[in-house]
Every structure is written in structure tokens, then in C-alpha cells.
Design a protein around this ligand. Structure first.
Ligand SMILES: C[S@@+](CC[C@H](N)C(=O)[O-])C[C@H]1O[C@@H](n2cnc3c(N)ncnc32)[C@H](O)[C@@H]1O
Length: 217
């Protein structure tokens, strides 16, 4: 078995992306577990996670690292948040903002197993409602909302984040425009307040989605 670390806390195992399981023996979404010596890894399914898809598609730089504090907007039931939890490890924190009570029920069970995940039942458009989160290193947004870029910029400013990642769902912004045009418009909007580093189109894992990453100016 060939295991190499491609980013701090992210591995490739025989060509497949994985994270080291913070809660050995426990699966989150029927992902495959791989044992090597005393370590256990969880394979990261790019069809179930936009961040996983971006890594498979060649993301060059990841600002989510061991020890990072991450504000995760639109965590749903925690599929991707669980891998972020593996990456940031025991010393990191992941604040999971989600406004669906149904998704939050599943997320609460995950937060009981993973002590670096903090559930926040709130609307990501209203960061004043969860200001107790305080300062974070990274904002990661994956909400399907027409104003997703405005939500990102508002949260970056409110929590003084140093970097960001955002999954853009083109159809949610304009179902008739070409996705490429939407990606470049959103990128231009973000560039007024932050420095865009990478833009990765996520097809074929997520049709009409891209992931944009960058640093705050
Ligand atoms: C595409 S899903 C997220 C999937 C998740 N990031 C993952 O990879 O496992 C989008 C989520 O954003 C949530 N959402 C949409 N608008 C929101 C808002 N304004 N505030 C908080 N959550 C929101 C939805 O309820 C949904 O669970």
C-alpha cells in the first residue's frame, strides 16, 4: 500500500484521497476505512464532497490545516465536515453553521463523536446571530443560495478570516446563464475584497459547480 501526505492532514492511498480517522473504527457516510499500522484512514469520496472533488481535480493549496479554526457554512449532515474535522485534528475547531433542523439532527450525533465539531443552528446570511464564534482562520462555504458570494464576504469580515473556500453552484445563481460566465462573475465579485488563488471546476463529480479559494487582502 502506498500512502503519501499531499497536504498536512490529507493523504493519497494508492491514488485515492483520504484523511486520518479522528474516531477510529467509526464511519460517517459508508466511506471505506483503511488500516495501516496503528493509523486508520477514511477514503474521501469525491462524488459526495465538493472539497474532496476539488482535491481529486488538482487543488494546489489547502489553507485548512491541523490546528485551524474553520467556520463551515452549510455543513448539512456533516459528510465533508467530518473530513475537515479529521484534518484540523484535536487542536482545531470546526463551527458548523446549518439552518435545516433535519440536517442538524444528524450533525448533532456527529458532534457527539467528534469533539472538534461545534454545531450552530443559524442562517449563514445573518452572522450577527452567531457572533460568539469569534475569530476564525478559514471560512468554508457550501450553501446553495443566490447570494452565496455576499454571504461569504459578510462572514469573512465578521469573523476576521485569513482565507476562504467557496463552492459555487451556478444553477442556483442563474439557471439560464453559462456556468463559466457565472464562475467568472462571482470570482470578480470576490476579488473586490479578497485575493482569489484557485478556481477549480468540479465536473464530472458535481455538475455546474466550481470551488474558489483565496486569501483575505
Ligand atoms: C449542498 S448542501 C451542503 C453539503 C455539505 N457541505 C457537504 O459537503 O457535506 C447545502 C447546505 O446548506 C444549507 N443552507 C442553505 N442556505 C443556508 C443558509 N442561509 N444558512 C445555513 N445553511 C444553509 C442547506 O440546508 C444544505 O444543508
Amino acid at each position: 500500500m502506498n500512502i503519501r501526505e499531499i497536504f498536512p492532514g490529507v493523504y493519497k492511498i494508492d491514488g485515492k484521497v483520504a484523511t486520518k480517522n479522528l474516531v477510529p473504527g467509526v464511519k460517517v457516510y459508508r466511506e471505506q476505512l483503511v488500516k495501516s499500522g496503528k493509523d486508520e484512514y477514511r477514503l474521501w469520496d469525491p462524488k459526495r464532497s465538493k472539497l474532496g472533488a476539488a482535491i481529486v481535480k488538482g487543488l494546489k493549496h489547502l489553507t485548512i490545516k491541523p490546528g485551524s479554526s474553520v467556520l463551515y457554512l452549510g455543513s448539512a449532515n456533516g459528510t465533508t465536515a467530518s473530513h475537515v474535522s479529521d484534518i484540523v485534528g484535536e487542536k482545531g475547531k470546526v463551527y458548523c453553521v446549518e439552518f435545516s433542523a433535519q440536517s442538524m439532527r444528524d450533525l448533532l450525533l456527529l458532534c457527539e463523536q467528534r469533539h472538534n465539531l461545534y454545531p450552530v443552528l443559524a442562517d449563514a446570511r445573518l452572522p450577527d446571530r452567531y457572533s460568539e464564534v469569534g475569530k476564525v482562520d478559514v471560512v468554508f462555504e457550501d450553501v446553495a443560495d443566490k447570494s452565496q458570494t455576499d454571504i461569504l464576504l459578510k462572514n469573512i469580515a465578521a469573523f476576521k478570516a485569513k482565507s476562504f473556500l467557496i463552492a459555487i453552484k451556478a444553477r442556483c445563481i442563474d439557471s439560464s446563464a453559462a456556468p463559466k460566465k457565472i464562475y467568472s462573475d462571482e470570482k470578480a465579485k470576490i476579488s473586490t475584497k479578497a485575493k482569489v488563488n484557485e478556481m477549480i471546476v468540479l465536473d464530472p463529480f458535481e455538475i455546474d459547480h466550481c470551488l474558489i479559494t483565496g486569501d483575505v487582502k
